[in-house]
Design a protein around this ligand. Sequence first.
Ligand SMILES: [Zn+2]
Length: 83
Amino acid sequence: MGGTKRLMEEREEDESYGTGLLVNAGAAKRCEVHGYLLDREDSGAAEEVVEEFAEERGRDEAEERVKAALANAGMECPGCHRK
Ligand SMILES: [Zn+2]
């Protein structure tokens, strides 16, 4: 009872945490106007995030989280088509 909901919340927290790390590392950024997450295609920066995350969660989970966070990022903002 309630277990599934808790798991989903944890998953969402993990994703936003991964997203925040990507933005901090410069692997992704948010459109200043619309807030959409944009992939900056900086695989070096993404790799740094994996390394940092891996210390906490382990390599496999770190790679999965970073991949999931980048999957949410677009190449350009759907609101203003800026990159
Ligand atoms: Zn925009």
